[in-house]
Design a protein around this ligand. Structure first.
Ligand SMILES: Nc1ncnc2c1ncn2[C@@H]1O[C@H](COP(=O)(O)OP(=O)(O)OP(=O)(O)O)[C@@H](O)[C@H]1O
Length: 614
């Protein structure tokens, strides 16, 4: 086997030169930002003053003494008294409590409603998403202040109640943010890779989805805290807060009534509100910088391609999969269809039948859009939720894959069915080291301890030709080359000794010099472990190199399937001949090659004209 050198197509992995992942050191970066530090100091000071209020003043914030109204600063009243003789310092301290508790109620309620609903709607989609989005839109359409006035009129003047209701009203903001973050991340290939590795939804959520959702949510929370303080002060200014509770809004209201007699009364609550709200806002901005969140929803991946012309389903008999005694994978009449905006369905796989035996490499070949990946994803149970799949038979080692529960499918994927994707980089989560991504499925499926999984991962990295396994184990995906990342994914795909390997154009995204080495590796591992392999490709050169049998797909159908040598020597279908012709357009005609007794491996690898990297 030829071993890939440390230098991939992009040169040696520049481990020291690359930036640390956004997650690591976020707190350090935050604390290095002077604006964030000032904002934090102010907010902590307000919280401490609010907490220690009873120790910092002996005055009651609500006891009015009309004889001491508008008293100047000094003596028992360091900041003087208001229009009805209440101590301003005590009101400021206890008012901070009211403001902070009120804004915490808003955030707690909005997170409690928006966060789980957003995660569930974004991850599961379907009916729950439709209903939750509808409710969110409805709530957003309600005029918040009118709703608050109605609730307070109905249930009495309670700041806590008003803030809880306000939390419900702004929960759709949290819901939408979380939902769109989850949708974006669930479309990422590395989440599919985690699913293929057999990780449960809960684990994928904890490991891959939540880390993406948390940073924007934390930023939104800091903004919400500021907004809640303003809203609360507004309600209290209007006299809608609790009468027996000191508040900054109530202080403002009193100050306005005495603006000519004692204008300084306006100063303290105004300063407290403005500085606290500004601090929350600045902290939010600093958090965004520290966490490296752009505020932009990450790009949705490109699996949902609809660029191919519509396939018109034609009649015709679908050849049934022959009964093969040692068959590992049997597909009989597999169909995949998608709903169209017009309310009809568009079938993209029209009754595909094929069989893969143990130890056999089947090449699934055809032009772009011919349905190769849809067929492979149907076996893996990874089609988008809107896809409708049916088949007369779809078995893996005797297990019926149709209607298998998600938990049972998870147990198969990763453990008994491995998957090598087409784009190595997008299939590795950038926030975790390669080691942790390799060991997780082994610990989950094989029950290995952390150390055992590490040892096995290092052996696998060595086996797939990575020269410095320990370094790559500790690296993040962006610290290795594309060729090495693909080797890592191959190591991951075979890590639990699967019986079937599905490789979806595993070399398309790689430099041409690395392609042959990766194919060699797949072939070697297949032979060592006697795995059945489905190799999706648009490249007859790859087929000639690696495959035992070939199924040629066109417009969602298999038009010809035969042992590789026979197919190259004597293609039966006109389309196969056309594809071979386009592959070999600069070489002698196929008949001449066959006539000259050439072996398929002597055919120069060349991509089909219509194929290409995604
Ligand atoms: N989510 C989807 N909704 C609707 N149609 C889809 C969706 N995903 C794929 N298709 C359609 O299914 C057809 C087959 O796509 P598939 O990805 O299987 O092709 P392919 O042969 O693997 O092509 P490539 O070599 O480019 O990967 C295409 O016409 C594509 O537009």
């Amino acid at each position: 086997m030829s071993i890939l050198s440390d230098a991939g197509p992009a040169g040696p992995a520049p481990v020291d030169a690359v930036a640390a992942p956004a997650r690591a050191g976020a707190v350090r970066r935050l604390l290095r930002n002077p604006v964030a530090v000032v904002a934090l100091v102010w907010l902590v000071a307000v919280a401490v003053l609010a907490l220690l209020a009873p120790l910092l003043t002996s005055q009651s914030p609500t006891a009015s003494k009309i004889t001491e109204a508008l008293a100047p600063m000094g003596g028992d009243h360091p900041l003087g008294t208001d229009g009805v003789g209440r101590d301003v310092w005590a009101q400021l301290l206890y008012g901070a409590r009211t403001s902070l508790i009120g804004s915490l109620i808003v955030v707690a309620v909005s997170l409690l409603l928006g966060l789980p609903a957003g995660v569930l709607a974004g991850y599961r989609r379907g009916r729950f998403d439709a209903v939750a989005s509808w409710v969110a839109n409805l709530l957003m359409a309600l005029p918040a202040i009118i709703v608050l006035l109605v609730v307070l009129a109905q249930f009495g003047r309670s700041t806590a109640l008003a803030m809880a209701v306000f939390g419900v009203i702004i929960a759709p903001g949290v819901f939408r943010l979380v939902r769109s973050s989850v949708i974006a991340v669930r479309e990422e290939l590395y989440v599919d890779a985690a699913r293929v590795a057999g990780l449960s939804d809960a684990r994928i959520m904890r490991r891959h989805v939540l880390p993406v959702v948390v940073p924007p949510t934390v930023i939104q929370v800091s903004q919400l805290l500021g907004i809640a303080i303003v809203i609360q002060a507004g309600l209290e200014f209007l006299g809608l807060g609790s009468a027996n509770q000191a508040s900054w809004g109530g202080m403002l209201s009193d100050a306005f009534q005495n603006i000519y007699a004692q204008p300084r009364l306006l100063l303290w609550p105004a300063l407290a509100i403005v500085l606290t709200v500004t601090a929350f806002s600045l902290l939010g901005n600093a958090l965004r910088d520290a966490l490296g969140v752009s505020g932009r929803v990450p790009r949705v991946r490109r699996r949902q391609r609809t660029d191919a012309p519509p396939v018109v389903a034609a009649g015709g008999e679908v050849p049934a999969a022959p009964d093969v005694p040692d068959a590992l994978l049997v597909l009989d009449g597999l169909r995949v269809a998608y709903p169209t905006p017009e309310g009809t369905e568009r079938e993209v796989v029209h009754g595909v039948s094929l069989t893969v035996r143990r130890g056999e490499v089947l090449g699934l070949v055809g032009e772009s859009g011919s349905g190769k990946s849809q067929t492979a994803f149907a076996v893996l149970g990874l089609l988008p939720p809107q896809a409708r799949t049916s088949a007369a038979r779809m078995t893996f080692d005797g297990t019926d894959l149709r209607g298998l529960s998600p938990a049972a499918m998870n147990r198969l994927r990763g453990r008994r069915i491995g998957y090598i994707p087409q784009e190595p980089m997008s299939n590795l989560d950038p926030s975790f080291t390669i080691g942790s991504q390799l060991t997780e499925p082994m610990r989950h499926h094989l029950g290995l301890s952390k150390d055992e999984a590490r040892t096995r991962a290092l052996q696998l990295l060595d086996r797939v030709g990575i020269p410095d396994p320990a370094r790559v184990f500790a690296s993040y995906p962006h610290q290795v080359s594309g060729g090495m990342a693909q080797r890592v994914l191959i190591a991951g795909a075979v890590s639990c000794d699967p019986d079937l390997l599905i490789a979806d154009e595993p070399t398309t995204a790689l430099d041409v010099t690395v392609q042959a080495e990766v194919l060699d590796l797949v072939r070697e591992l297949q032979a060592e472990r006697q795995m059945g392999v489905v190799l999706v490709t648009h490249d007859f050169g790859v087929v000639a190199d690696v495959c035992d049998t070939v199924a040629v797909m066109r417009d969602g159908r298999i038009v010809e399937s035969a042992p590789a040598e026979r197919l190259f020597a004597d293609p039966q279908h006109e389309y196969t001949r056309m594809l071979l012709g386009s592959t070999l357009e600069d070489t002698p005609a196929r008949g001449a090659l066959a006539g000259a007794g050439l072996h398929p491996e002597e055919i120069a690898p060349a991509p089909l004209t219509s194929g290409g990297p995604r």
